[in-house]
Design a protein around this ligand. Sequence first.
Ligand code: F6P
Length: 373
Amino acid sequence: MKIAILTGGGDCPGLNAVVRGVTKSALKKGWEVIGYKDGFRGLVEDRHVKLEDRDVSGIIIRGGTILGTSNTANPFAYTIAPLGSPDKPKDLSSLAVSNLKKLGVDALVAIGGDGTLNMAKKLYDRGVAVVGVPKTIDNDLSATDVTFGFDSALKVATEAVDKLHTTAESHHRVMILETMGRYAGWIALRAGIAGGGDIILIPEIPYRAEDIVAAVRERRSRGKNFSIIVVAEGAKPEKGEITVSKVVNGSHDLLRLGGVSYKIAEIIEKRINVECRVVVLGHLQRGGEPTPFDRWLSTGFGAHAVELIEKRRFGRMVSFKNFACTSVTLSDAVGALRRIKPDSQEVLAAIQVGTSFGNSRLTRKLPQFPGSQ
Ligand code: F6P
């Protein structure tokens, strides 16, 4: 048996732990393992390395991916020169399939987010034996309770909230922390709750300028002369749009979000005599070593992917449901985004401890935290 691994899309902590988990489990069964370099780019360009035990030994702690990745390499619409062209994407999926055949690869493990899993599904539809592993710091895949990378990003964001508290308090300022997460607010919500943020703004609860200002004023009326606002990059006003920072051609999702926190600062400084400062946390959330939870989850995912291959259960993605590894079909995996429900227990709990979500009209209508009256 010969299997291949690739890591696609944006990197995140825990990728190496999955590569290690897959490789070690497969080697133990006497299988051969190769890794494609730079995601689907390496598959199309036929660039790969053999993975032995020594190659994956000690990498569980390392962030990033030893295999490299690409967020623009799509075998079905290839835009990277010299094989493709940015103006005229080429369908090089046949080349990808024949490269796998040429090497004698029996199964491919594709580790990535929505984009990578979409391409993996298409390759499966073309007859390739594929197993997917869900990765993203955004935690927004509906077919799994959690993705690896999220906990590590959350740790970075929570530490940032903690650190901002002391400087905000000393200067009597409003500090605004912008987190990643695309169209879901998981990092902002959980870091905001864990760090005791005063206002949390997420895409799932569009904000109203007057309510953000009212929340800061209300704190000041209680003698709290500083406020911490945690805002997800995808947050948007009730009657407005998300803030786009750039467009990346060839990427699965062309839009890169960012900059909404500067709009929030402007809203507040225009109406209240208070200094605001903005911190956009950016790629720090994706860097560095994975947390113990992410190393544990990634190891379980890697081992489970090999089990799926052994049982020839292809076209599936490993997932984590009710505190156990299981799997779903790739078609189920790539459909819907997992976003925060405004009436979820964690949002209600945050409201109960006094957190504002910048939209009193909406949050007033929500039920009480279960059990409280
Ligand atoms: O999907 C992961 C993610 O980090 C998002 O949270 C963020 O919006 C985006 O990727 C950033 O992408 P890039 O690395 O291309 O700037």
